[in-house]
Ligand binder design. Sequence first.
Ligand code: PEP
Ligand code: MG
Length: 891
Amino acid sequence: MKSNWISHFRHGDASMKELLGGKGANLAEMTKIGLPVPPGFTITTDACRSYYSLGRLPDSLMDDTRAALQAVELARGLRFGDASAPLLISVRSGSVHSMPGMMDTILNLGLNDETVQGLAAATGDESFAYDCYRRLIHMFGNVVFGIDSAEFETILDKARTGCGASTDQEMTTDSLRDLVEHYKQCVAEKADVPFPQDVYVQLQLAIEAVFRSWNNHRAQVYRKLHHIPDDWGTAANIQSMVFGNYGADSGTGVVFTRHPSTGARELFGEYLTNAQGEDVVAGTRTPQPIARLSEEMPHVYAQLTQAAKQLEHHYCDMQDIEFTVERGKLFILQTRSGKRTAQAAVAIAVSLVKEGLLSPQEALLRTDVAQLEHLLHPSIATDAAVDVVGSGLPASPGAASGHIVLDADEAERLSAAGERVILVRPETTPEDIHGVLAAEGVLTSRGGMTSHAAVVARSMGKPCVSGCDDVRIDLEQKRVYIGERVFSEGDLLSIDGSTGRVIAGAVPLDDADISPEFLQLLDWADRERELRVYVNADTPEDAMKARALGAEGLGLCRTEHMFMAMHRLQIVQDMILAETMEERQKSLAKLLPMQQSDFEGIFKAMDGLTVTIRLLDPPLHEFMPHLEELVVQHTELTAKNTGTPEDRQTLERLIRKVRKLHETNPMLGQRGCRLGILFPEIYEMQVEALFLAARQMLRKGVRVQPDIMVPLVGHAEELSVLRDLIERTAERVLGPDRRNCAYRIGTMIEVPRAALTADKIAEHADFFSFGTNDLTQMTLGYSRDDAEGKFLPYYVDRRLLANNPFQVLDTSGVGQLIELAVKRGLSSNPQLTTGICGEHGGERDSIYFCHETGLDYVSCSTYRIPLARIAAAQAKLLLGSRSNAQHSVSM
Ligand code: PEP
Ligand code: MG
């Protein structure tokens, strides 16, 4: 029978992810390639979307489900709801993109007061039957009726103590039977309805609850984080149960085909004997490492190893596999591409190429560039004295320090207020996701390497130490006991997710090394890409670091940062306060050697590469003290009648000047090249310092290539005047040496008018660098600081905007101006080089756009350079060579 809503595992395949969800599509694929998958079917994401649009399940869905279930009954030789030998099923969520643990699942569906006895009789194991029943009521109560899991856990604790058992497995049949009664009472009291005895009512409620779980809080947070659309919905997979809680020769586990933290080629995972699926991922019992399975059940281990290999070869990727062993027989319940750290992602991609499973190009395209920043995770400085107070599982690498926080909401609140926090929890649950996101790192006292938050922390690149037995948390007193030591919430703590160490206080951190595999991947990227990658850096140290990471030039040196340095600020203020040109020249003369030595350092660090130095950009009042502070000082001075009359006069003069410099909208005020035109002596000093530095370095054999960049040009005339000033200064400073110094003069394109009149501006420019921070502000009419602090998050939340345009380039708006400016600029100056130096230069989608638009380079912050190299290669592989792209640019 054909249904619009249902697809049997034997009919689907891996290509049907959109309809069947990732889990459903992979269950179908595994069935197809002959792996031992329990029979079942998928209710499609279409059905879920209909559920949301109708506000109820679509009309024929339950009839179709019943019909589909008959095929499963036939395959297993059991019937759903049969009082003598019932078929039990699971209902599992599964969306297009894997969202581990974010949505709900119900196991053991089909048990009621009658069928539990049938199960006991058919299996000859009453304890097992009641164990399944109590698990069903717990999960069902929690997922369908929203009863807090803790309610059931408290009853379970009491029941365990009551029969003298220390673990669930030791509980007697009688106590399990009693437990079921107590659980049913709990449901009746908390949900106001009895636990449903009709198995089809159970099934319908379970399907609805799984669909609803698409919209629970944690799933919403996860989707936002991973840019997964809200309207896709989840599938529901209905599958015959197999039992890992069938005794000592049964169990359940999760296995990765390679190590998810390091990428090493070895089976990595955990299992629990006599347990059901959710026990492993929920982190409530600390499981056994998978290697132990080779001793406990060698035959199963061999089969599992074989299945892992088959799946990895089939998907050409590292897999995360859920399995269950029922009385010595292996079943595979799920496979998906395994979440991994950035380090593992790179190691695995390179290894798959070497094993012949992928081409270098495929490996590059598979690389999640956003994750690559995590690769440059700091680690604890090797020579640091550390006070190790405990140790746990190294669940996600990297090191972090922060204030202890015991609650996810609090972590979010404090982090929003600018605090660095370490989230410390007894166990990791999916509800903690927003706390994990906000925290620098996560420490848990329980839970294994595959617990949810460990998985989530790894995918976010946050350090995590899990299952740290030394940690005891007193939530009421807000204390954490680690070994012999006591910490309070707010105390500083550090974790080392690479070794599992927990350390008192904050620790000094070192930058990460680049692995040989990462270098290999970057090398493949460099062979593909056409965009050059430059760095935005203001100091020789940053420039050097950037070179080591592959920077091919310096695309933006913001000279104002040099002015802000502590011992210089006073001189800069004196320069601004100067009443006469003579006074101003005095201050500038003091600044000149300082600037010169800054530039010498940078030229030396970038020996042989282009160095783009931007002349002063921000409004002058940014260098002055705040008016409010000065007024307070003045009031105090007057009230207390302290200080000399000269002190007071100086302060009053300062206040007058600051008032004079005040602008209503400084972003659009007296800044950028407008400063250079009004105060040419400032730019002249900077240019002189630059050429003196260039000459000095040239004499020492350094190959100097300065690009002098004028900010915020809107009219060709502005650039023309300043070009003149720069050239005259070059002549004056360099004289005949001028021939040896191949400098160029260009401008930033940050004002929409500059883009529109790019052909005129390009007549005076050797290069354009798109300052997309300002260009975005001015094109959208958003002041960045105001927008990000006020309406922008709301716009993005409500999907009025797909992204924050200050992070991801607004290609359809700002992008048009860039395309236009490139085209018009090249039309009047075919030698013009073009690049981008706004934040977008280090963001994947924006880099794709830059490639397509035919820019020569992107410039980004130091730690984004490797990411930009890979994204530039991806752009070429995905979009083709940009010689074609140039033709598609429209005027
Ligand atoms: C820009 O506007 O994009 C830019 C790089 O300049 P700044 O961020 O310094 O204004
Ligand atoms: Mg700018």
